[in-house]
Design a protein around this ligand. Sequence first.
Ligand code: SAH
Length: 214
Amino acid sequence: MSFLHQGAKKRLVIELRSKGINDENVLAAFEKVDRHVFIESFMENKAYLDRPLPIKYGQTISQPYTVAFQTQLLKINKGDKVLEIGTGSGYQAAILSAMGAKVYTIERQQGLFIETSQFLEEYDYKIFTFFGDGFNGIPQFAPYDKIIITCGAPNVPISLLNQLKINGLMVIPLGVKYQKMIRIKKTAEDDFFEEQFGDFVFVPMLKDTKEINN
Ligand code: SAH
């Protein structure tokens, strides 16, 4: 990694801290994971600014602060089994993986799924990638300790609540035009505790899959 990127990355971590991110494990993961390799090369010089950036297929890599905030809300422990909805560039999944989580991530756009799966493998990330509609989760590997949704959800999908362990946490940006960040704790099989944290803007969570030639 160039000195330029290294310096920019250190400044980003300081910025995240100043904006209220205080989970040292989250900050350490931001130190570890190179964001500039997850975006297209012509934007590399913006990689460590606290901004969302466009990726392929009309999607977005979330703003670093948003990634850090959602990750902090998840209270990740080493070995946690985490389901992510919306693989996108793979950056959020890489951050979780760098924190020692076992990550399962699902993407509805086939082209993005293929490219990101190859990319993560090339970079030696041990992350399980899936092509499908995240509204259904990935039941064959459930239950999960944590579930993170990285697109704006119109509602809380029941199937995802079902795939959460008791005492597990789900972080979901809820809303259509803009989203309220919600954390849900599953306190018993049919009992949930919900907290709300601020407004965010995400690309929408859409139903069904989008095949490569469609
Ligand atoms: N976590 C990603 C953020 C990508 S933006 C990153 O770190 O880069 C959100 C992603 O969610 C997009 O790639 C979009 O295609 C995907 N998405 C939207 N609805 C979905 C659904 N129902 N199932 C799975 N992925 C979905």
